[in-house]
Ligand binder design. Sequence first.
Ligand code: G3I
Length: 456
Amino acid sequence: MLMLNSRRTSPPRTRRALGAGLAGLLALTGVTALAGTADAATTLASAAAAKGRYFGTAVAAGHLGEAPYVSTLNTEFDSVTPENEMKWDAVEATRNSFNFSAADRIVSHAQSRGMKVRGHTLVWHSQLPSWVSGLGATDLRAAMNNHINQVMGHYKGKIHSWDVVNEAFQDGSSGARRSSPFQDKLGNGFIEEAFRTARAADPAAKLCYNDYNTDGINAKSNAVYNMVKDFKARGVPIDCVGFQSHFNSASPVPADYQANLQRFADLGVEVQITELDIEGSGTSQATSYGNVVKACLAVTRCTGITVWGITDKYSWRASGTPLLFDSNYNKKPAYTAVLSALGGSSGGGDGGGSGAACTATYAKAEEWSDRFNGRVTITAGSKAISTWSVTVTLTPPQKISTTWNGTPSWDSSGNVMTMKPNGNGNLAAGASTSFGFTVMKNGTSTPPVIGSCTAS
Ligand code: G3I
């Protein structure tokens, strides 16, 4: 067995909390020198926390049994949004009969890790059971308010922000409300009523209006803007506007994205980026992601960013590979760009989203009944590097029994190995080296999660 004789460090969540706490202390004392230390900003959440923001992801309860999914979630994110589990069809498929089991699994996971939870969503025309659409106005109003009261009541005190009403405006130039059972039967007042009910149901939760194609200044965002302005003027309770931010080549990050966020913030509400994903790959995807993060950081009231999923393979539009981790949970250039834009460590990368200083790719080699060999190939980016560092995270009770072609050190849990060179640190631009290790399965064959390569 390997000797675990390296310096002990705290597990990831503890490190993150310490990092965030330290950042706050330093801000109070006016000391900023530690902002760039490795522990403060090697994950999306810790880098965002150092900027006073959360960094979240949509989560599906059905994937919480998959070790690399959970490991990536726990390491990189400090806020979760149930992707489908809190929607009307999931929690109240039958009138006044509530099933919170799937959503509860996500909330308890988040709470046990100290993560925030965004509630999504209370009143939406989609994923709405047919019994709701079939109600007359009086019944529908009662059902809407009961739904808000029951769901918010169940999670009272546990939800950071609720998407109270989702996607209530039409696309296009009309700026009109979208036809829905709520709009058609209750009229324009349904949004205001939903927000008033929500405030009473959980006064501590931030109440958000959430929509898509409102990311730039256009007819639809103007209509939402006017509604929020009116709500603020009349004292209708609203705390936040969510900008879903689903982008692709046909709908790129708008040039006036930041200006749009700012004009909403100037109304006195928080702005949150709630469902970010950007189809594409490589440098162009990375640049767009970096631009979104920079826009949020430039707006004081932009309090957090949520990406709409962890890994491309589970995205609602998986073929567009829109997320920060590929299907094998490898960090993509988009990840590096986001981390860099947040002020985190991109391992000597150029910070502009044009590629990392080095990349790490994992492959399983030989396998036996009780163990398998893994190989990680390190490849230098467009510049020569003189050293590199990569983490390898195991699924307990797996253990690494031996390593070669690298110098390992371990965290206190014994599950995270940081590998550095053993005479193979110098790589010319584009050149590769590899290190290997043997994983004792101890009953689980799950592949390890490989962190991004950092270099200098
Ligand atoms: O759970 C059922 C499963 O039992 C069934 O076998 C399967 C067969 O189709 O469907 C499963 O439900 C699917 C559900 O996702 C859970 O996987 C639905 O068909 C599918 O329509 C649903 O898609 C979700 C979509 O909202 C529905 O509108 C996506 O996962 C979810 O990412 C997406 O999220 C929305 C936000 O809530 C609002 N903004 C836009 C965003 C993207 O569309």
